[in-house]
Design a protein around this ligand. Structure first.
Ligand code: NAP
Ligand code: ZN
Length: 374
């Protein structure tokens, strides 16, 4: 047996986690800059943070400038505000977009570099300390060393990775996820599922990472359908948040696979939520990997019996959304060319060249293309 495991994030999980244990952030200093979007004002999370900071007399400023699939220009704008305020630490309250933006800003605000340089770890050596407060149950970004940004010029998404961007503290309170819409609940729940499944598929998977991923699979298969039936069930929301954190801890060690890489253009060019983009690509990719690595695929979808069963589960979840996509042949060809050079291929079992990847997009379109069969 062989593995390497590193998670330097201190985690506080549970209802009222901030109220009960939030004061620990005082270690990080006396000035905090909050990065968030709009929804944190409605789910109680921003209020809890402001109460904590006021109670502790920590000076603070807030930026609400946020977008899905955060771009280079967004993180530069926030960095400018942060540099003016000169905080000791950052607090991110929101979904993966907020947390990923915070990670980029943490590096950009204390190193004299451009966003493109984030992809070259040799270009920076420090980052502001970070506190992560997720309000979606999907990305696991609160426990990973990844941040996914969109290049404004190419509109392509790409993740950068550095141990410097693991948050120092993460507070996970399931109450904040209660306000998620059905679509967001499905998209984020299936993102978490794609993390656990892809982590087990990955050639970098280990006995250690599988502990987290297999438990995440189990929790999501059990609880996502329940949460959709009863969106206010806090116990189920809690299990989904826990599962998403576990799946994040798994990909923090293994990374994701070609499924994530092929999904990125569907988000930036077709406006499909990240988790949904992964879900529509999952079955055709699993069927291809299964040809050469049947045992690995069987393990990755445990406790589902086989890929057919897994497909029924996914279709059942997605049937709530009536997904339809309009994709031109040239777009698929262009993305297949880009996908065939993705770094994710190194950790994806099986052979994936241009033809195989194009075929995955074609298979996806048979199911989700406009005017096609359903
Ligand atoms: P998101 O893009 O952060 O948020 C989607 C939408 O949901 C936003 O409009 C957001 O509004 C809103 N929202 C957030 N929390 C809410 C709540 N509790 N109730 C109601 N609305 C809420 O979605 P996400 O799926 O969490 O993050 C996706 C991003 O994370 C993608 O860019 C993906 O590539 C990245 N990602 C990162 C990692 C990693 O390890 N770093 C892993 C997987 C994915 P506001 O922003 O205005 O609040
Ligand atoms: Zn993801």
């Amino acid at each position: 047996m062989k593995f390497h495991h590193f998670i330097p994030t201190e985690i506080f999980f549970g209802e009222k986690a901030l109220d009960e244990d939030g004061e620990i952030v005082g270690i990080l200093g006396k000035r905090a800059f909050i990065i968030t979007g709009r929804s944190s004002s409605k789910n109680g999370s921003l209020n809890d943070v402001l109460n904590l900071l006021n109670r502790m007399k920590i000076e603070h400023d807030v930026s609400h400038d946020m977008e899905e699939n955060p771009s280079f220009s967004l993180v530069v704008r926030i960095t400018d505000k942060v540099k003016r305020f000169k905080p000791d630490f950052l607090i991110g309250i929101g979904g993966g977009s907020v947390l990923d933006s915070m990670k980029a800003v943490a590096v950009l605000s204390v190193n004299d570099i451009d966003p493109i340089d984030l992809y070259d770890q040799g270009r920076y050596s420090k980052a502001l300390p970070m506190v992560a407060i997720p309000t979606t149950a999907g990305t696991g970004s609160e426990v990973t060393e990844y941040s996914v940004l969109t290049n404004d010029e190419t509109r392509m998404k790409g993740g950068f990775k550095s141990n410097l961007i693991f948050p120092r503290y993460s507070f996970l309170d399931p109450r904040y996820t209660l306000t998620m819409s059905m679509e967001l609940t499905i998209a984020t729940g299936l993102d978490a599922l794609s993390h656990s499944v892809e982590s087990i598929l990955s050639t970098r998977s280990s006995e250690m990472s599988e502990i987290f991923a297999l438990r995440a699979n189990e929790l999501i298969f059990q609880n996502l359908p329940k949460v959709l039936k009863n969106p206010d069930d806090l116990e189920c929301r809690s299990k989904m948040l826990f599962a998403s954190m576990l799946a994040g801890m798994a990909i923090a060690q293994t990374g994701t696979t070609i499924i994530h890489a092929l999904g990125y253009p569907l988000s930036t060019f077709k406006n499909l939520k990240h988790g949904l983009a992964n879900s529509v690509l999952m079955i055709p990719t699993l069927r291809r990997i299964e040809k050469s690595h049947p045992n690995r695929v069987a393990k990755a979808i445990t406790p589902m019996k086989d890929v057919d069963d897994f497909e029924i589960f996914l279709k059942d979840m997605l049937s709530n959304l009536n997904l339809r996509m309009n994709l031109k042949r040239e777009e698929m060809e262009e993305w297949a060319r880009i996908g065939s050079k993705a770094k994710h291929l190194k950790s994806t079992p099986g052979d994936f060249g241009y033809e195989e990847i194009l075929n995955i997009y074609e298979e996806m379109m048979k199911e989700y293309g406009e005017g096609d069969k359903r």
